[in-house]
Design a protein around this ligand. Structure first.
Ligand code: SF4
Ligand code: SF4
Length: 394
């Protein structure tokens, strides 16, 4: 791993980058199309009637329950300045930024993050306007409102949350790892923002709203963006979610890193081969956009957001196939640590990709694995009093 003086993507910039409008994300566009977004969930309920392995009432319930904390905190804490619960009297006086970075990282990990990095707030990554998707989830603004982070906010603490390896390996079956990641993001970011509030500084906890998480994470030295359009970390590959806290607390930033992802993705392409909706590009990078959901001016592998979204609707749930199959998606154990030494040095990449596939890494895990209650004798369903139609799958 190399520490860099500037993020790796600087060398791929071809023209002036502009702030992105959240109204153009695939999710916000889908939310505008009537109930297109909620159709994912309706189809998930319909899947229960089919009694397919991986889409039973237990799989469904586990996934929905895993998101419940996230849904509450999005509507009450995210995108809002943390209000000190008890201390409005004292404030740390001139704290040393280096010491404070160390402290917030320790605190973030204690609250639940797996990796924590710090970066100066680059406002290029802050959305220009609120999109309908996060408006609905957070209730913190109206669609089209400008995203306004006051000028005193100078730093971003970026947190990475590992998703469960076995559970995520079930994708595109219903898996609870992603939703659990969202809940972990919510409680960790909320607690860290409250901690900073009690120290006498301002802090805004945030999930996916307010700005684009991946470049913040790259700037904070947590990884690089891969062909699949996701953050690839050294420790867990793309099997992570990202939360962040904006703050005026004096902090020393981390250096961005080079872990070899760019060179690896050039030679790999497994996510593009495996994507059920063909939303991921094979071949060379481009700085052109497929549509309004991509930005121009940076050579990368832009993802076709609406193709991905339409597959989610059809699937009746999310999809993490591009995470499951990625050779960087490993448990952070000794074997992974050894193999990534080669990956980081651009050695034997094609061989690593072939062997990875050959030995069966990235294959879908159909058996439940993560739960003892996946017993076929209790997956029979009948109509619920509230929603007879859905329970019948019609
Ligand atoms: S989430 Fe699924 S459909 Fe979307 S890009 Fe990844 S693999 Fe393709
Ligand atoms: S699957 Fe291969 S090409 Fe796709 S993000 Fe992972 S390393 Fe890059």
């Amino acid at each position: 791993m190399k520490k860099l003086s500037q993020p790796y993507y600087k060398k791929y910039i071809t023209s002036e980058l502009k702030r992105f409008d959240e109204r153009h994300t695939g999710f916000s566009r889908a939310a505008k199309q009537g109930d297109r977004y909620t159709q994912i969930y309706k189809n998930g309920v319909k899947n229960i009637a089919r009694k397919e392995l991986g889409k039973t009432i237990f799989d469904h319930s586990m996934a929905v329950a895993s998101k419940s904390v996230d849904q509450i905190l999005r509507k009450t804490a995210y995108a809002r300045e943390a209000v000190p619960a008890q201390n409005r009297t004292f404030r740390l006086r001139d704290p040393d930024p280096v010491a404070m970075s160390r402290i917030v990282k320790d605190a973030g990990k204690w609250f639940g993050a797996d990796l924590v990095g710090v970066t100066k707030l680059n406002r290029l990554w802050v959305y220009t306007h609120w999109g309908l998707h996060n408006v609905r989830y957070t209730n913190a603004a109206k669609e089209g409102d400008p995203v306004d982070i006051p000028s005193q906010y100078k730093n971003v603490i970026v947190m990475v949350h590992e998703m469960d390896y076995d559970a995520l390996a079930r994708s595109p079956h219903r898996e609870p790892a992603t939703n659990m990641g969202y809940s972990r993001m919510a409680w960790t970011a909320t607690m860290l923002a409250t901690f900073i509030g009690e120290l006498g500084y301002v802090a805004i906890p945030s999930g996916n709203e307010l700005g684009i998480n991946i470049p913040f994470a790259v700037d904070a030295g947590l990884g690089e963006m891969g062909r699949n359009g996701l953050l690839i970390t050294r420790e867990f590959g793309p099997r992570v979610r990202i939360s962040k806290v904006f703050t005026d607390l004096p902090l020393a930033p981390d250096a961005p890193i080079d872990i070899g992802v760019q060179r690896f993705c050039e030679k790999c392409g497994r996510c593009a081969e495996s994507c059920p909706s063909r939303a991921i590009m094979s071949g060379e990078r481009t700085d052109k956009a497929w549509d309004e959901s991509n930005s121009e001016g940076l050579l990368k592998w832009p993802v076709r957001a609406m193709r991905c979204f339409e597959w989610w609707v059809k699937n009746g749930g999310g999809c993490s196939v591009c995470i499951r199959v990625c050779p960087w998606n490993k448990r952070n154990n000794l074997i992974h640590k050894c193999v990534r030494q080669f990956a980081e040095r651009d050695l034997f990449i094609k061989l690593i990709v072939q062997l990875d596939k050959l030995v069966g890494f990235g294959r879908q895990r159909k058996e439940p694995g993560y739960a003892t209650w996946q017993d076929p004798s209790v997956t029979q369903t009948g109509p619920s009093p509230e929603n007879v139609l859905d329970a019948h799958g019609s």
